[in-house]
Ligand binder design. Structure first.
Ligand code: MG
Length: 381
């Protein structure tokens, strides 16, 4: 029987790849809901191809286009942030894939979990911002999170069949981004174009900058803490520039399990959607005879202070992760707009963690207040 799938953020990088997965697994996956922020043209194409029951367009200006294009079809059209949250709560699906970018993706995760829907989670901010709240909601509804990020998917796959007490530590791999070997004294002059040029992964703009600062890896450490329940001293990072090993676990007896493959987001997306199965797929497979040497390095906290900020925020917990994440969202946005330097990103983030009004068990309301405080803080830098 095919699984009913809801995709939030269907025109973004994760959403587009998920629909590629769905198009080769037409008998296994049925696309029921799609939502896009403002790319009406692509949403319309997707709606015509996959014939979902409903779509949502968040940006109001794009609504008339979608409406005109889909008039006469029996596809329901929802509008705005309200429509998105409504879609997130519809629990007549098996899995909701959250491919939304940034902090606005957090609330839909929570709403879906509360509605008892298993969430294939690509949106990092959900757990980084509100790990505590989401954990609580999961305990209550019984809904589960299926990681989509390549690293967490790798760990998830490595953990299959293992007793969690037998796992000594998690080892997250990271490519090190485009500035792994660049002269550290020239970091001040890094341009947006340089930062957007990632060696291995083809991703959205925000996450590509996060990989250049390695904030991405830091956020993944926080996410791993919430997903797998490992304390920060049992989560390590290894820089692995080839991105062939997607992450590993080390067991008590010294055995290490690694999950490997070509760096292609469709693999972890498909696993999250077809779990616990690994179904046939048409894409390129890893060829050990062609992939060259696999190398490993220690992460450089001086070069990439954002990683350290993430570990620090896990020591403090409470609102620290949310402050770090929000601050990073706004500072990356300012960097992309050419308003601040690359090296300002960690500086601003550090100051946001230090100066915000910390609380231990924030509510959603607290997080919204924090959001506007941080926004101001970052904009006034
Ligand atoms: Mg990742």
């Amino acid at each position: 029987m095919s699984k009913r799938i809801s995709i939030l953020g269907s025109t973004g990088s994760i959403g587009v790849n998920a629909l590629k997965v769905a198009s080769h697994l037409k008998d296994d996956l049925e696309i029921v809901y799609l939502s896009a922020n403002r790319n009406a043209e692509l949403l319309i194409q997707q709606a015509e191809e996959f014939k979902p029951e409903a779509v949502c367009i968040v940006e109001e200006a794009s609504f008339p286009n979608v409406q005109n294009a889909l008039v006469g079809s029996d596809i329901e059209i929802l509008l705005g942030r309200e429509g998105l949250l409504e879609l997130a709560s519809r629990n007549n699906v098996d899995i909701l894939l959250n491919g939304l970018v940034g902090a606005p993706g957090m609330e839909p995760t929570l709403i879906a979990i509360e509605a008892g829907i298993n969430v294939a989670l690509s949106n990092k901010e959900s757990l980084v911002m509100a790990g505590d709240i989401i954990q609580h909601a999961m305990d209550k509804s019984g809904a589960k999170l299926f990681p989509v990020d390549s690293e967490h998917s790798a760990i998830w796959q490595c953990l299959v069949g293992e007793n969690i007490d037998d796992v000594r530590r998690l080892i997250l791999t990271g490519s090190g981004g485009p500035f792994r070997t660049r002269d550290i004294n020239s970091f001040d002059t890094i341009t947006v174009e340089e930062a957007l040029n990632h060696p291995n992964w083809d991703m959205g703009r925000k996450i590509t900058i996060d990989s250049a600062t390695m904030m991405n890896k830091g956020l993944e450490v926080i996410e791993a803490y919430w997903l797998f329940g490992f304390t920060p001293d049992r989560i390590n990072i290894v820089v692995h520039p080839q991105s062939i090993i997607h992450s590993m676990i080390e067991l008590r007896d010294g055995a290490i399990k690694a999950q490997m493959g070509v760096p292609d987001m469709k693999v972890p997306i498909q696993y999250a959607l077809t779990y616990p199965r690994h179904l046939e797929a048409p894409w390129e497979q890893l060829d050990f005879l062609k992939c060259g040497d696999l190398t490993f390095e220690e992460p450089d906290f001086q070069r990439f202070p954002c990683i350290k900020l993430a570990f620090d925020s896990l020591e403090k917990l409470g609102t620290s992760g949310a402050a770090l994440n929000l601050s990073n969202d706004y500072s990356v946005y300012r960097f992309l707009n050419g308003e601040i330097k690359f090296t300002d990103i960690p500086r601003i983030n550090e100051s946001s963690i230090a100066k915000h009004d910390w609380t231990e068990h924030p509510t959603l309301e607290d997080l919204k207040e924090l959001d506007s405080w941080i926004k101001n803080h970052v904009e006034s830098y």
